[in-house]
Design a protein around this ligand. Structure first.
Ligand code: LMR
Ligand code: MN
Length: 433
């Protein structure tokens, strides 16, 4: 019997299939030419624009070109503009999600929200799309919007774990309402649902528990975080880490390789102290700690170097200190740290917290400390105090906590230093923190 007549493929379908095959074969240059032709000859066909967007995106990765990535974003937008002419919801949202991911990557979170809105408008019954929107807001710490979106999502889907997580984070960060935040964070992290399993969320839950004096429950959360590979260890919970760097709570100067530079600073501690004390006498130079780490008290800082850059106006007032620090580029040039004076008034308590990265070590050169027995720094499970003219080094990626139960201010010079095991190439290329 004769074979049934093959259905005739229309010319657009045929060209589209060819272009897609070129893309699959990773012949991107040729595929792009084909899609360029298709989008000209068949400008009304959504799939021509989608294909072009996909190739441009692949090319941008291969060429590591942001220019190309913008072209991809534009192509995605053209496709998305077809709206209901695109039949497949799945294809539409997946294109929108790619576009959002690219905009997030380039740091254009505000622009991404317009794509989110488009997706939510099309599929108002899908909580995932709303959670993606609040995540975009979360990424740029736009907590008001996180709260608003998550609250709306919870009205429609009260048990949605990701919405609970985002809402809990907003309550904690925006309003400092740890009591109200806790059940949301706990429920979400324990749900193990997609979108809830990240180091930052475990850290947020653990810190919330610690501030509510639920110590053993906090340790459980951290232990689980270690098991999941989120934290280097129970006490070392920085989020921006380089692998396999030596890690211990306290370091001896000779272990760092910076002994000579540290000795020199220590030798001049009185001159450094005098510059800092003079500034303390005037108001407005020291700034309040702004990271909500204080339980109670007054804790202020005066920055000399930040992310490896000299804070010019401040250094001008402390020429001796900054002059000494210029000679210690492993510290003043450390782009994952700061150098600053830190003054703590009596009756201060700093909550347990971890620094952001394992790439630095933190030295304290003690300048004013009249009551060593009334102050204390705990790092992991070790405690010590400040003594004038002394210097100690700790790794602030380990959990630490500070008490000042005396009656006189305590003043130190804090110097971050590149972790000695980081190579020159790493020190050059690591992103600033
Ligand atoms: C910290 O790094 O959190 C504290 O040790 C700073 C300070 O001033 O004691
Ligand atoms: Mn700290």
């Amino acid at each position: 019997a004769p074979a049934p007549p093959a259905e005739k493929e229309d010319p657009f379908e045929q060209e589209l299939r060819k272009a897609n095959e070129e893309m699959i074969r990773e012949n991107y240059a040729q595929a792009l030419r084909s899609f360029n032709t298709l989008t000209t000859d068949y400008a009304h066909e959504p799939l021509a624009h989608l294909g072009r967007a996909r190739v441009l995106e692949l090319l941008s990765k291969k060429e590591r070109s942001n220019q190309r990535l913008w072209e991809a974003i534009d192509a995605y937008k053209r496709y998305l503009a077809f709206g209901n002419l695109v039949k497949s919801d799945q294809e539409f949202t997946s294109a929108g999600e790619s576009c959002i991911e690219n905009l997030r990557f380039l740091g254009y979170h505000r622009q991404a929200t317009t794509i989110h809105d488009l997706l939510i408008e099309r599929l108002p019954e899908d909580p995932r799309l709303r959670n993606q929107l609040s995540l975009t807001h979360l990424m740029v710490n736009n907590l008001q919007q996180v709260e608003k979106v998550a609250e709306e999502t919870l009205k429609l889907w009260p048990t949605n774990a990701v919405a609970q997580l985002h809402y809990g984070l907003a309550l904690r960060q925006l309003h400092g309402d740890y009591v109200k935040a806790l059940p949301y964070l706990r429920y979400a992290v324990e749900s193990q649902e997609e979108g809830t399993q990240e180091a930052f969320f475990y850290l947020s839950l653990g810190e919330t528990l610690q501030r509510l004096s639920k110590k053993s429950e906090a340790l459980e959360v951290y232990r689980k975080g270690v098991t999941k590979g989120f934290f280097a260890s129970l006490y070392q919970r920085s989020l921006y880490n380089e692998p396999s760097l030596k890690a211990q709570p306290f370091w001896q100067p000779k272990e760092t390789g910076y002994e000579r530079q540290l000795d020199r600073l220590q030798l001049h501690w009185r001159a450094i102290r005098d510059e800092a004390v003079a500034l303390l006498g005037e108001s407005g130079f020291f700034q309040d700690e702004a990271e909500q780490l204080r339980d109670k008290g007054v804790w202020q800082q005066y920055e000399l170097y930040a992310q490896g850059r000299r804070v010019k106006d401040n250094c001008r007032r402390t020429p001796i200190t900054c002059g000494l620090l210029q000679e210690f580029p492993e510290s003043s040039g450390c782009r994952r740290g700061q150098v600053k004076f830190s003054v703590m008034q009596a009756t201060t308590h700093v909550w347990p917290h971890c620094g952001p990265t394992n790439c630095r070590l933190r030295a304290h050169l003690t300048l004013v400390a009249p009551e060593p027995e009334k102050t204390s720094l705990r790092v992991a499970e070790q405690e010590r105090t400040w003594r004038e003219g002394e210097l100690f080094i700790f790794d602030d990626s380990f959990e630490h906590e500070v008490w000042h139960n005396g009656s006189q201010p305590r003043l130190v010079l804090i110097l971050d230093m590149w972790h000695p095991q980081l190579t020159p190439a790493q020190r050059r290329s690591l992103s600033p923190i």
